[in-house]
Design a protein around this ligand. Structure first.
Ligand SMILES: C[S@@+](CC[C@H](N)C(=O)[O-])C[C@H]1O[C@@H](n2cnc3c(N)ncnc32)[C@H](O)[C@@H]1O
Length: 146
C-alpha cells in the first residue's frame, strides 16, 4: 500500500488505511501499519484507522520472487486470496475489491469466490503496469454482503 494508497488519498477518498510488511513512506492523511496480512493483530491495528467498514479494498501484495515460476505464482495467489478473505469479511454491501494477480489472472477457485460474492468481475492491465510484467489486476464490484 504505497503508490496506490497515495493515489486513493489524492483522489479525495475520505479515509485510507494500509498494511505492508515493509516500511512505507508516509502518505498524507493515511494510516499505514507495518505488518503482515496473515497476522490478525496487524490487520486489527490497521482497522483502528477506519471509522466504519471500507467500501474499497485494494491489494497490490506480492511475494518476493524466488525465480521458480510455480512457487512465485502460488505465493502470489495465496496473498490475493488473503486480500479477498479480508474484503469478504469487511466490505460494505455494494463495495469493490481490486487485487494484483499473476500468470493469466485469478485462479479458477478465486474466480468462483469472486463471482459468488460480487456482481461484476473483470481483469484489467492498467497503463501504469509494465507491458512485460505478467501482472494483471482483477476488479470486482457490487459486493453482495455477508
Ligand atoms: C508490488 S509491491 C507493492 C508496491 C506498492 N503498491 C507501491 O506502489 O509501492 C508488493 C508489496 O506486498 C507486500 N507484502 C508481501 N507480503 C505481504 C504480507 N504478507 N502482508 C503485507 N504486505 C505484504 C510487500 O512488502 C511489498 O511492499
Amino acid at each position: 500500500m504505497r503508490t496506490r494508497g497515495l493515489v486513493a488519498s489524492l483522489r479525495g477518498v475520505k479515509e485510507v488505511v494500509g498494511l505492508d510488511l515493509l516500511p512505507v513512506e508516509p502518505v498524507p492523511g493515511a494510516f499505514i501499519v507495518q505488518g503482515d496480512v496473515n497476522e490478525p493483530v496487524d490487520v486489527a491495528e490497521m482497522m483502528t484507522g477506519l471509522s466504519g467498514p471500507p467500501d474499497l479494498v485494494l491489494s497490490d501484495m506480492a511475494a518476493n520472487t524466488t525465480g521458480h515460476k510455480q512457487t512465485d505464482s502460488l505465493r502470489t495467489a495465496a496473498l490475493a486470496d488473503m486480500g479477498l478473505d479480508f474484503a469478504i469479511q469487511h466490505l460494505v454491501p455494494g463495495g469493490a475489491f481490486c487485487s494484483k494477480v499473476f500468470q493469466g489472472g485469478a485462479t479458477p477457485e478465486m474466480m468462483a469466490r469472486l463471482k459468488a460474492h460480487f456482481k461484476t468481475v473483470k481483469h484489467i492491465k492498467p497503463p501504469a503496469s509494465r507491458a512485460g510484467s505478467p501482472e494483471l489486476f482483477v476488479v470486482a464490484k457490487g459486493f453482495r454482503g455477508q
